[in-house]
Design a protein around this ligand. Structure first.
Ligand SMILES: Nc1ncnc2c1ncn2[C@@H]1O[C@H](COP(=O)(O)OP(=O)(O)O)[C@@H](O)[C@H]1O
Ligand SMILES: CC(C)(COP(=O)(O)O)[C@@H](O)C(=O)O
Length: 352
């Protein structure tokens, strides 16, 4: 069996960049990767242990039929399988070329975070499907090419713009050119890009993401609405400009060389960068009017207890980033009220 883990991605701020070519259409902005996301398992039915799947929809007929079987969180899920079917449809040419059919295949997805709440689960689902099919059938596609199918599925359904390219990265991700992987550009700003000499390898990446989801927001309804689109892009571009400014002494991913001729950022400070990212995210959430009063109250309550907090784009979800010490205190104070994740620093994992 092939198993693929794709981290979830919470966007803090973004701007929308249209293009007639869907591979170039996308968003700019910044977000954070979590150590929980979507696990996609794939194999042929005869090799698959469906013992743990206990659902009325999965009757003997569907188990005995030769059709592709998609299971999401232990059951059939016609709504959430749309992104999976879209990705497979887009891969049809690549599959037909090798004379490959998906009949008799099982795709089992475990979605570890809330769906539709701004965690980029649709992108993680699409990416997991493209990568796992590529692995199972040895299609020889690169991760970037798999990402292009996932990006196209997202853009066509209106479920996301920049999550796919971000989910191929690590830590806190800044998107600098819009588009699919291989067309757009994104860089990991925390933990800091490593130099060839591994200078930053030991930098502290013990940061935690704290969330509370109050409900879903339909991403498609916001990003296809002209009024929202205009405001999001105006505010998103202004936010990114401020975020990238260096006059506050906070270095975001730039480099200079030290006396040993090794590229380092002596001024670079992970916690300050996170603080700036969260401040920018809250500015964006407020100025676009996307954040509800309920979420603002939570932001207010967490003030001083975390590095910063804001709204997950696009879901009715609060997200905060905290140090280990802050996280331990919060766990004790708000027992059971929040979900806790670690900042994802490894990225996508494929287990064969
Ligand atoms: N217009 C739609 N039609 C069908 N399914 C949709 C549609 N929009 C979203 N979905 C499904 O809902 C899920 C969540 O999508 P999305 O709103 O992008 O959430 P998230 O914020 O978690 O990325 C996906 O699995 C996707 O397949
Ligand atoms: C914010 C969003 C447009 C949607 O994110 P989600 O609702 O999590 O699918 C994202 O894809 C981005 O471009 O930053």
């Amino acid at each position: 069996m092939i198993s693929v883990f794709v981290p979830s991605h919470i966007t803090g701020f973004f701007s929308i960049h249209d293009n007639p070519d869907p591979l170039l259409k996308g968003s700019l902005g910044a977000g954070v990767l979590l150590d929980k996301g979507v696990i996609t398992e794939i194999d042929f039915k005869e090799n698959f242990d469906l013992g743990g799947v206990n659902d009325n929809d999965l009757n003997l007929d569907s188990l005995n039929s030769d059709e592709l079987l998609i299971i999401i969180n232990g059951k059939r899920d016609e709504y959430n399988e749309v992104i999976i079917l879209k990705t497979i449809h887009l891969m049809k040419k690549a599959l037909d070329k090798e004379d490959i059919s998906l009949s008799g295949v099982v795709i089992n997805q475990i979605i570890q975070v809330p769906i539709g709440c701004g965690f980029g689960t649709s992108a993680a689902s699409a990416l997991g499907v493209a990568i796992s099919i590529n692995e199972l059938f040895d299609l020889g596609l690169s991760l970037e090419e798999c990402g292009q199918f996932a990006h196209l599925a997202e853009v066509e359904l209106g479920t996301g713009l920049g999550d796919v390219i971000a989910e191929l990265s690590k830590g806190i991700v800044l998107r600098t050119t819009p588009g699919a992987p291989g067309y757009g550009e994104a860089k990991s700003i925390v933990p800091h890009e490593k130099t060839g000499f591994g200078v930053f390898e030991s930098l502290n990446a013990d940061f935690y993401i704290i969330t509370k989801s109050l409900g879903e927001i339909s991403t498609a309804s916001i990003i296809s609405d002209p009024k929202h689109k205009k405001l999001i892009t105006q505010v998103g571009e202004k936010t990114a400009e401020e975020f990238n400014k260096k006059d506050d002494g906070i270095v975001i991913g730039s480099k200079f060389k030290n006396k040993f001729n090794v590229a380092v950022d002596s001024e670079f400070n992970e916690e300050e960068t996170i603080k700036k990212f969260m401040k920018s995210s809250l500015f964006f959430a407020r100025k676009t009017g996307l954040i509800s009063d309920e979420l603002l109250e939570l932001v207010h309550n967490l003030h001083g207890k975390v590095i910063g907090s804001s709204m997950a784009m696009l879901g009715n979800t609060l997200f905060a980033i905290a140090t280990e010490e802050q996280k331990l205190k919060l766990e004790a104070e708000y027992y059971g009220e929040f979900d806790f994740y670690k900042l994802e620093t490894e990225g996508i994992r494929i287990i064969k």
